[in-house]
Design a protein around this ligand. Structure first.
Ligand code: HEM
Length: 141
């Protein structure tokens, strides 16, 4: 079989390959995303009370960052510490209503907009986040 190298753009761009995590800038990009997201959570009167034991939200920031990094092909530290994600199960203690989902997505959208991603990477990331948030709903509200 002939070797084929896909490249970004119409000529001579970066080879396509490696992980999404790497392509969008690795750890700093995911940390920026999640910190911006939690800046929004801090202002949200419905979502913030779901994190009562976390005045600084630092534990939650680390867990979501680690999970997203692992999902997108970065280091697997999340599962080393927390085991299999089982995200739906882990959200059962919280009433994830359609309203909570829409709020979560609004803060996440604002956070994605702080990253300067290429349109393709942005679409991939946003598509995943939207589908994941819809799958997390566990209460009619
Ligand atoms: C749809 C609305 C959602 C709400 C209201 C919500 C709320 C919460 C809350 C209150 C926690 C506990 C804080 C903590 O201990 O970390 C949590 C944990 C977490 N959430 Fe969500 N979440 C939502 C959607 C999502 C989505 C779409 C994802 C993934 C793409 C996600 C990923 C996580 C992760 C990785 C954890 C930490 C789980 C652990 O290791 O214990 N959440 N979420």
């Amino acid at each position: 079989m002939a070797d084929l190298t896909l490249r970004m753009g119409s000529g001579g761009g970066e080879p396509v390959g490696g992980s999404f995590w790497e392509a969008v800038g690795g750890r700093p990009t995911f940390e920026k995303l999640v910190r911006a997201f939690y800046d929004g959570i801090r202002t949200d009167e419905v979502l913030l009370p779901m994190y009562p034991e976390q005045p600084d939200l630092e534990g939650a920031i680390q867990r979501l960052t680690g999970f997203l990094e692992q999902y997108w092909g970065g280091p697997g530290a999340y599962s080393d510490e927390r085991g299999h994600p089982r995200l739906r199960m882990r959200h059962m203690p919280f009433a994830v209503t359609p309203d909570a989902r829409d709020r979560w997505l609004r803060h996440m959208r604002a956070a994605v907009d702080t990253l300067d991603l290429s349109p393709l990477h942005e679409a991939m990331l946003w598509d995943y986040l939207e589908r994941a948030a819809h799958a997390m709903v566990n209460s009619a509200g």
